[in-house]
Design a protein around this ligand. Structure first.
Ligand SMILES: [Zn+2]
Length: 174
């Protein structure tokens, strides 16, 4: 099932508000928010993880922890942050049952494939980290001689220049 862009942005907004996540979101605040959801952010030290990040839901209703997001710690922080936000996209877009419980024992990986679910999780991550309103306000602030400094935008929102560029395109700012 395809989820349209505006719905994904709405879900990201609801999540941000519910978890009191203020922009700019950092790795620390995002992992704290995941703890509030009874999830856990874990740096992978097993050497088994072949992708930037993956989310796995727990297969035991007695367990306090509901899911785990495992990530490679040797990537730059902007990439780690986006990967974790991407996995949260899978959590809210693809791992919830109709009654609000989590599907059990499922895994999603950030494997750079361009399946529909991957694109949706990327859109969620961008919307979570770069909310439309804040992005537009900041772009006006960082405008000089009719040009927006995308590098500074990226620095402010803790994302890569590429991610900020894509977001600006999607929001039709440039
Ligand atoms: Zn994914």
């Amino acid at each position: 099932m395809t989820i349209d862009r505006s719905s994904i942005n709405k879900v990201a907004g609801v999540v941000r508000t519910a978890l009191s996540l203020n922009v700019p979101i950092t790795l620390e605040t995002l992992c704290e928010a995941i703890n509030k959801l009874d999830g856990e952010c874990v740096v992978d030290s097993s050497g088994q993880l072949k992708v930037d990040a993956q989310i796995t839901t727990v297969n035991d209703s007695d367990e306090q922890r509901k899911f785990e997001i495992r990530y490679l710690g040797n990537k730059c922080e902007t990439r780690i942050l986006f990967s974790i936000a991407h996995e949260m996209g899978h959590l809210f877009l693809h791992l919830l049952n109709k009654d609000g419980t989590l599907k059990q024992a499922e895994t999603f990986q950030r494997n750079m494939e361009t399946t529909q679910e991957e694109l949706e999780a990327n859109e969620f991550a961008a919307a979570l980290l770069m909310p439309e309103e804040a992005f537009i306000v900041k772009s006006k602030e960082l405008m000089s001689e009719d040009k927006i400094n995308v590098t500074k935008m990226a620095e402010y929102f803790n994302v890569s220049v590429q991610a900020a560029t894509v977001r600006g395109n999607v929001l039709e700012l440039w």
